[in-house]
Design a protein around this ligand. Structure first.
Ligand code: UDX
Length: 479
């Protein structure tokens, strides 16, 4: 088969990012590209342990590659942990990627494109310092609204709308993010806006997008069109390819999904769902990183049980902080859960959301979770924690009207009230809107749809830029 290109993919090494970048890698593999997917050794080991990544899913053109030891593996729900991870990627991944591109790492085929995640500075430095002839594409795995907010942060500082003053729940308007003037409030901004170091790190990396060959986003035009138009004033080449999980599923033309989980999925919940009434279950999950307090756990739990609705809850082993202070679970919660609930440590989430019994999703509004819910036509209750999640939940509640934004509150009566509203009082209204948006998502990834066509354009761009780069050399050789 003719060689059409070899793509180096460098995800930020956490579940949500690895998940969507691996889906993109799979799409490239199915389009006959060679792909090298570079991750730290702990992610490498977990992918091998919990997925079929190295057993038949990909063609032999795909290669999962591990960085040398030393990448930070601890929790990143604190500033220190997050900074430590970024620093270690700079120290270890950067020189390693440089060696790979320079062909010092035993690759039979040269790289023809570099797709980088969050830390674009690493990719641009590596390519720029060595004058490698390699186009760099920026794939941000967050929402377009999150990306645009990060990009606009310097304008907010300039206008005095940042830094955020510490005064509890702040509903004052944010006016300096173009396209969001009418509905964005201080409390919808990413919490890192309260910390200037983090805000600077995030907007600096984001603004480097203008130096990339193209910007890839896991979203679709019908969902985020107005914000994408704003982004295109700064980055003209934006490739929206999402929802990527559905895009890949449609390309594979199979009903089954390939899991990219870094944890063992508990499939038993599927049989439990099979025994439930259609649209009767609220699925509860807060993604892979978020941590809650013992008090929040109790309030949520009471809210769920008191709502009287059926619930499937992902209670990760590391979900609750301060395990030492553990007190026994009150009897009424145990009994309420036995009657109406099912708890797992990690679920096959895509399949869960696609199950006919699921009628709502109490989510942390991580971008993958939000898109998976949208594609499945499932309305949401949003309880965001960090990064783009506050923005996503505002869009779900206020712009797309696909659910309710619970943001900043977590007491048992609010939880109960919102669940009843989503699953009972306004059920029909939310389901109708969610199902309509789900249809638009499916159109986007079907033949002729925007995400389907944009993937084609991206492929053509990767092929063309390499032909153009090699032309001068061919001309010299020919003369
Ligand atoms: C976070 C941010 O929330 C997200 O917006 C950002 O882009 C990446 O970092 P995370 O907390 O992991 O990611 O949330 P999310 O983006 O929703 O990704 C979680 C993934 O894990 C989803 O694809 C979900 O399907 C999967 N998952 C979650 C499971 O497979 N099983 C579970 O039980 C829970």
């Amino acid at each position: 088969m003719e060689f059409i290109g070899h793509i180096l993919i460098f995800p930020f090494p956490i579940q949500g990012h690895v998940n969507s970048m691996l889906k993109l890698a799979h799409l490239f593999d199915l389009s006959n590209f060679h792909v090298t997917f570079s991750v730290p050794s702990n992610i490498h080991a977990r992918l091998l342990a919990h997925t079929d990544v190295n057993s038949g899913r990909f063609s032999p053109r795909f290669r999962l590659q591990s960085f040398p030891a030393g990448i930070y593996e601890g929790a990143i729900d604190s500033k220190e942990g997050f900074m430590e991870l970024c620093d270690s990627l700079n120290r270890i991944a950067k020189p390693f990627l440089r060696e790979c591109i320079a062909q010092k790492r035993n690759f039979s085929l040269p790289f023809t494109a570099f797709i980088s995640d969050f830390q674009l500075s690493i990719a641009l430095d590596v390519v720029g310092e060595e004058c490698f002839n390699l186009p760099v594409y920026y794939f941000r795995t967050i929402s377009a609204c999150g990306f645009w907010a990060y990009f606009s942060l310097p304008d907010l500082f300039e206008a005095g709308e940042l830094p955020i003053k510490e005064n509890g729940i702040d509903s004052s308007p944010i006016t300096k993010i173009k396209g969001m003037e009418d509905f964005l409030r201080v409390r919808d901004l990413p919490p890192f806006c309260r910390d200037e170091d983090l805000a600077v790190l995030f907007y600096t990396e984001t603004r480097l997008a203008v130096h990339a060959r193209g910007l890839i986003l896991n979203t679709f035009e019908d969902l985020e069109g107005p914000i994408l138009s704003q982004i295109r004033t700064k980055c003209p080449k934006v490739y929206t390819l999402g929802p990527l999980h559905a895009h890949l599923k449609a390309t594979l033309a199979s009903k089954s999904t390939h899991s990219n989980s870094l944890r063992q999925e508990d499939e038993t919940c599927m049989a439990w769902l099979d025994s439930q009434e259609p649209k009767s279950v609220i699925y509860v999950s807060f993604g892979s990183i978020s941590v809650i307090t013992r008090q929040q756990l109790m309030e949520l739990w009471y809210g769920l049980v008191n709502s009287g609705k059926k619930f499937l809850w992902v209670m990760r082993s590391d979900l609750v902080a301060g395990k030492d202070e553990e007190t026994p679970i009150p009897l009424e919660l145990e009994e309420g859960t036995k009657a109406n609930g099912y708890i797992v440590g990690w679920a096959p989430q895509e399949a869960v959301l696609d199950h006919p019994a699921v009628g709502g999703f109490l989510t942390h509004s991580g971008w993958n979770s939000t898109l998976e819910s949208i594609a499945a036509g499932v309305p949401m209750i949003c309880w965001p924690f960090f990064a783009d999640q506050q923005m996503n939940s505002r869009f779900v509640g206020e712009v797309w009207k696909l659910g309710l934004d619970m943001k900043d509150v977590c007491d048992r009566s609010s939880v109960e009230k919102l669940i009843r509203e989503l699953m009972e009082k306004r059920k029909g209204e939310f389901l109708e809107r969610a199902e309509n948006m789900g249809k638009l998502a499916k159109q986007a990834i079907s033949e002729g749809g925007s995400s389907y066509c944009n993937f084609d354009c991206l492929i053509q761009d990767i092929i063309k830029v390499n032909e153009d780069m090699r032309k001068p050399l061919k001309n010299v050789l020919a003369s």
